[in-house]
Design a protein around this ligand. Structure first.
Ligand code: NAD
Ligand code: UD1
Length: 348
């Protein structure tokens, strides 16, 4: 790794961004964050500084502001960008699709224009396993058909296409498209974690809020799937394992740059390859927290799929990356974050 590498992290104050900043700073990278704080708080970056004892340069700006992005690239002397900034709520994307296309697709377009203008052509992009849609076969391999079933997923697919087209026209570009499965857990310090606004849509934050007493019970959506216990199965990956995947991807792109091989646009699954049911999570969380987790079975949630998990072989072969944390460790870390910060960053 080039120890002096300088990275611009868009959306670095968010859930996955903060965990990635910790790993980048610990590995010796200089980090500049660009975030408009539409779904995060400056306090999260202060916590990253507390964990690492290092300084983060932060620019409060919107990625759709091309001039601001160019200024951040020049001022930070960035050699690469990790691009997290975007909106991510599936349900909201169906009621406000234009906001999603504007923020995610137009935002990425402006970012790429600014990078091109400034001669920065190494990018790691946060895509999602949502781009696959309903599984034709499991586990999902990167070659699986791409047919997302909601506007959020389609914004990710449009961005992926844009990146592939850009790379085909500019051989010097090096791009890693990372398709995340279900990121969960929190930094073991308990200082940073997922802090959703309002009622959480996703299982893990909802479960944590039940355990800490902020919500009465968990609704389990569906008990009649053709899975061993009838509840939905997902591939839950610890956010720190995911964060480390970004460092391995950067190192890989860096290697291809220094060996003067042609640029590339890689697509890689970041998941564990193992599926766990909703009831598995409830059980593991109960054990981790020592708290009761009351739950009620409800009808299936519209748009949900019975089973969804990754084949992570390609990331393992190309990046030498493999997740290290199991479901129990994930729940213990989620619980520590929730217990220390019952109201998220507002608890500070
Ligand atoms: P998050 O909402 O916690 O973080 C996103 C950050 O981007 C926030 O700090 C937000 O303020 C910022 N942001 C949003 N729009 C911006 C804009 N126009 N300009 C500047 N900053 C902006 O989300 P996360 O969970 O950390 O996800 C990060 C990325 O990973 C997103 O692109 C998301 O779509 C993708 N992803 C997330 C998941 C997941 O389950 N968390 C799964 C797959 C993919
Ligand atoms: C959701 C998104 C997906 C996104 C992912 C990020 C939908 C349809 N899909 O996926 O695009 O990439 O989050 O992590 O929103 N569950 C309950 N009770 C709850 C919440 C969830 O039983 O209160 C169940 C769900 O039915 C599912 C499992 O828990 O079986 C996981 O749900 P969730 O955390 O929302 O993730 P995904 O549905 O995989």
């Amino acid at each position: 790794m080039t120890i002096t590498q300088r990275i611009l992290v868009t959306g670095g104050a968010g859930y996955i961004g903060t965990h990635t900043c910790v790993e980048l700073l610990n590995a010796g990278y200089h980090v500049t964050v660009m975030d408009n704080f539409c779904n995060s708080k400056p306090e999260a970056l202060k916590r990253v500084e507390r964990i690492t004892g290092k300084v983060i340069h932060c620019m409060e700006a919107d990625i759709r502001n091309r001039a601001a992005v160019a200024q951040a690239l020049v001022q930070s002397k960035a050699t690469a960008v990790i691009h997290f900034a975007g909106l991510k709520a599936v349900g909201e994307s169906a009621t406000a699709p234009l906001a999603y296309y504007d923020n995610n697709v137009v935002g990425t377009l402006r970012l790429l224009e600014a990078m091109d203008e400034c001669g920065v052509n190494t990018l790691v992009f946060s895509s999602s396993a949502t781009v696959y849609g309903n599984p034709e076969r499991l586990p999902f391999q990167e070659t699986h058909r791409l047919l997302p079933t909601n506007p959020y997923g389609r914004t990710k697919l449009h961005i992926e296409c844009m990146l592939r087209d850009l790379q085909a026209s500019r051989p010097q570009w090096r791009i890693a498209i990372l398709r995340y499965f279900n990121p969960v857990g929190a930094h073991p310090s308990g200082l940073i974690g997922e802090d959703p606004r309002g009622v959480p849509n996703n299982l893990m934050p909802f479960l944590s809020q039940v355990a800490v007493g902020r919500r009465n019970h968990l609704n389990i959506f569906g008990r009649d799937y053709s899975t061993p216990d009838g509840t939905g199965i997902r591939d839950y990956i610890h956010v720190t394992d995911l964060a480390i995947g970004h460092l391995r991807a950067l190192e890989h792109l860096d290697k291809t740059t220094s060996s003067h091989t042609a640029g590339q646009c890689l697509e890689l699954n970041l998941g564990t390859g193992k599926g766990h049911s909703v009831l598995d999570l409830v059980q593991a969380f109960k054990l981790a927290s020592g708290r009761p987790i009351p739950y009620q079975f409800k009808a299936r949630r519209a748009g949900d799929i019975a089973e969804f998990y990754a084949d992570p072989t390609l990331a393992s072969q190309l990046l030498g990356w493999a997740p290290t944390m199991n479901l129990q460790q994930i729940c213990e870390d989620s619980w520590r974050w929730q217990r220390m910060n019952p109201d998220g960053y507002r608890s500070a």
